[in-house]
Ligand binder design. Structure first.
Ligand code: ADP
Ligand code: MG
Length: 479
């Protein structure tokens, strides 16, 4: 990947606090080299949140803030991390990865101080006024920057394209930039991030003029101009900017005159070497009702979609938001939220903000119990009746199995135990009979289900960690 796609300033590898100086320096080097090896995006997505716990004999211990991240890093990067450690310290033979929330052990060096903005937005106060009112058509949200955008598999391409355009607007191949995706997946966030970057006074080459507005606003302005017979001014104004950004283009559909005007403006700008950035909820080819010529022009630059979030991205987003707000959120709570609220990031953020506000208000720590209590009504909206399929899906996800393992004949403990857990939960959470449950698990006998139920209850009584696990799954499924 060329340099111009590197997402922002390198994460600083400042020595971590509390470590002997020399060790901290080695760790900073290991992290730096790791970042070079895997690239910026991967580093930021998975590895940035590692902290060094220490070295004991031939073993290095590294902490990650959630079980998911821990497992992921161990599964994908353990060898590389070991190798890099060995080049620094020959004695190291083993790497141990543990879960420890970085938030709980004090703010990290690379996390900015708490921003009251989170809380004020939660209670509905107005956002901070834009710093460049004269350049933009709508106020830019100061929270929507590249730095606060959490990158993961579903959005890394769109993110990279956005960065690229922010750095070098109007490059061939990236004009227009068309960002699309479902509600609350970060389109507006990325658009604002581009606009912030382009209008930044400290930008290399100097700031450029940007007009950012929603398609609705565009239409409103155009109609107002028609009424006041000032369409010429409107056109000239728009055609004088360096970058035109139109958010939620789908709202132009069916508005023929406005669409026409947009098309002419669009062409005039592109022809004079200006950048266009457009967002919509669908790809150009799926935006039915769009005029063919508009569709064609929209699709001829770079089209990048924001996919639905994955569990891992939701976890990273929650962790990043909590870290920014400087609030300790137990990994279990993040896991719970990420499982429960899968629709869009806005909802996820809303839930977290509510927990944070509640914790601040009552001066109490956030726990799984308090989270369920505080979000009770919100989560109810996400509730449906739990099905056996859903239980199987959740349980296999949780234990990193394929859903087919739930009905397979495999008897290995690593598969059989989760399968028993799923049967247990099916008995607990649905009104299905034992034979019915057995049938859904690869046509097993009802005595097998009975055995699973009693075995899981037994184990839960014996093993607190196991019990907590099953309990978490139950809460996630039910609530
Ligand atoms: P859209 O315009 O696609 O409907 P938004 O850009 O308004 O969605 O995003 C909804 C909310 O979710 C915003 O508060 C935004 O900051 C947040 N958000 C979405 N994706 C991310 C992400 N990858 N990292 C951080 N925040 C995100
Ligand atoms: Mg939007």
């Amino acid at each position: 990947m060329s340099n111009d796609e590197s997402p922002g300033p390198a994460p600083n590898h400042e020595p971590e606090r509390g470590l002997p100086e020399q060790l901290a320096a080695i760790w900073a080097r290991v992290r730096g080299r790791l970042q070079n090896e895997v690239g910026e995006v991967e580093y930021r997505t998975w590895l940035k949140h590692m902290t060094l716990v220490g070295i004991d004999g031939d073993e290095v211990t590294i902490a990650l803030p959630s079980r998911f991240l821990r497992d992921w890093v161990r599964g994908h990067y353990a060898d590389l991390i070991m190798l890099l450690w060995q080049t620094e310290m020959r004695v190291i033979r083993r790497a141990e990865f543990i879960v420890r929330s970085s938030v709980q052990i004090g703010p990290r060096a690379d996390v900015p101080p708490p921003e009251p903005v989170v809380a004020s937005r939660f209670v509905g106060l107005a956002a901070v006024p834009p710093r460049n009112e004269d350049r933009t058509e709508a106020p830019l949200d100061p929270r929507f920057s590249f730095e606060t955008f959490v990158v993961g598999k579903p959005n890394e391409f769109a993110y990279a394209c956005a960065r690229r355009v922010a750095e070098m607007p109007a490059s061939p191949g990236f004009n227009p930039l068309f960002l699309y995706g479902g509600v609350g997946l970060g389109k507006t966030h990325l658009m604002h991030a581009i606009a912030w970057e382009l209008t930044d006074a400290g930008r290399p080459g100097g700031p450029v003029t940007v007009a950012y507005m929603s398609a609705e606003r565009f239409m409103y302005r155009f109609i107002a101009a028609l009424r006041s017979k000032s369409t010429m001014e409107f056109k000239e104004q728009l055609r004088s900017v360096d970058v035109l950004m139109i958010d939620d283009l789908q709202f132009l559909i069916g508005k023929d005159t406005t669409q026409d005007e947009f098309f002419h403006t669009f062409n005039a700008l592109v022809d004079s070497g200006k950048q266009i950035v457009v967002s919509a909820d669908k790809s150009p080819s799926d935006l039915s009702g769009l005029e063919e010529r508009v569709r064609t022009r929209l699709g001829c630059g770079m089209v990048a979609d924001l996919h639905a979030t994955t569990y891992e991205l939701r976890i990273s987003i929650l962790e990043a938001k909590a870290a920014r707000a400087n609030v300790a959120v137990p990994p279990k709570v993040n896991e719970f939220l990420a499982h429960k609220i899968t629709s869009n990031v806005r909802e996820l953020e809303g839930a977290l903000n509510r927990l944070i506000a509640h914790a601040n208000l009552f001066g109490r720590a956030i726990t799984l119990d308090s989270a369920q209590e505080v979000l009770h009504d919100l989560l109810k909206a996400f509730d449906r009746r739990v099905t056996i399929e859903e239980i199987q899906k959740r349980v296999s996800e949780h234990y990193n199995l394929r859903i087919s393992d739930m009905s397979s004949a495999r008897r290995a403990r690593a598969v059989a135990r989760p399968r028993q857990v799923a049967m247990y939960l099916a008995k607990q959470l649905t009104s299905r009979s034992l034979p019915e449950i057995g049938r859904k698990f690869g046509n097993r006998d009802h005595t097998t289900v009975m055995h699973a139920v009693s075995r899981v209850s037994e184990l839960m009584a014996l093993d607190a960690t196991f019990a907590e696990d099953v309990e978490l799954l139950r809460r996630m499924l039910e609530s």
